[in-house]
Design a protein around this ligand. Sequence first.
Ligand code: PLP
Length: 401
Amino acid sequence: MTASIGHGVDEIAEAVKEQCRRVAFTYRTQFTNLPAEELARRLTDIAPGDLDMAFFVNSGSEASEYAIRTAVSYWRERGLPGKVKILGRTISYHGMTMGALSMSGHAARRPDYGSLLHAFSFAPPAYAYRFALPGESEEVYAARAAKAFEDAIQNEDPGTVAAVIVEPIVGAAGGVLTPPAGYFARLRDICDRLDVLLIIDEVITGMGRTGDWFASSYEDVVPDLLLIGKGMSAGYSPVAGVLLRSHIVEALREGSGVAPFGHTFSGNPLGAATCLAVLDFMEREDILANVRQRGKQLEEGLLSLATRYRCIADVRGRGLLWGFEFVMDQESKQAPDPALGAAGLFVDECLDQGLLVYPAGIAPLNNAVILSPPLVITEEETRELLAKLEKALRAMERHVK
Ligand code: PLP
């Protein structure tokens, strides 16, 4: 997910070294720096719509915290200080810090902090495999799931809700839950009608993972704030960021003019130089084209595996982000006994083959896995990935029966 262009790429190492020699650190309240300015320009150029502003932090969790504070400040500056709630979804993950975790519907990661978390509410997920009604079309389910989201905002009273936060494709919490077509366009419309900001968390899906620079572009949706992380620096530096529509920044600028949301290392020149070198590499090598081609190959291979291995179901994903679930049989969709720990077992079987997959799924079932290979994977390596996966599935059949 993060080491998206592979390890040890010389030109990235050189760019970091170069920047280190020039200036490795500037403090954001006194200075800006050229790499951060250039990175903001490059990212807002490739971002959808009028996401014309950028702020850089050091992790996806910090990007989430920044989004919470910005949303609340935005409404306060506009004379609506009562809009302070953030609505997440019941199956979601936005980070480990207290604010980020508070809006994450990730049962396994929350319990230890129970009463310390903010009491944010959650909307239902868009998860067709488990929640669409028998025979329900994708379009009808999209409308129903979006309506459920709208009802959740109404239940809270939109006058108290600052923003909603959603992953375009749910990662760790669900195991690559792709939304039904039309769902995101409807969420955009709901947020506009109810005067609620839409935050889209592309920490996993951004920076080419799904075959577009941003998954939001897939449905032509422009969020008010878009979060990025992971592949942004391809793991060569701890960097994440938030892209914002101009109207958000203007409200702060024309209001109090104060936006006290930074950290010591925000907009760090070393991190920004790393990201610029990664962007150069990705553009020159046309990595998005590779993601689309290899994504197709992976999709076909996974669908073929699902016809031969009845213990997996609902192959889902886009670009080079894929997942599936373990089931007792594809007809009943019944998940294996949680005591079996299906995802964990499979991770181990894959590791025996030298293949890393990520365990996911809703607790306590935890029966899904995520495949998120580097975006530079070749045709031959994709074949190898599928072959290793098949060996692991063969071993898995001993457990799930
Ligand atoms: N948002 C999403 C969708 C994530 O998957 C993650 C991490 O996995 C985060 C936010 C938090 O990012 P970080 O681990 O960099 O704090």
